[in-house]
Design a protein around this ligand. Structure first.
Ligand SMILES: [Zn+2]
Ligand SMILES: [Zn+2]
Ligand SMILES: [Zn+2]
Length: 51
């Protein structure tokens, strides 16, 4: 089993079985999955990947 990283460009979070998959890519959160179009600055894991 290999660890995967969130597909959000600035996000360093790892994704697990709970990953949200979109367009063949895996994201750690819904915010990342939608490219932070909701205006969120992070993914809920203490990172500012949405800024
Ligand atoms: Zn993150
Ligand atoms: Zn993420
Ligand atoms: Zn993100």
């Amino acid at each position: 089993m290999s660890q995967q990283q969130c597909a959000c460009p600035k996000c360093d979070c790892s994704v697990d079985s709970q990953a949200i998959e979109k367009n063949g890519q895996k994201f750690c959160s819904e915010s990342c999955a939608i490219g932070h179009e909701d205006g969120s600055t992070g993914c809920g894991h203490n990172c500012n990947c949405g800024k």
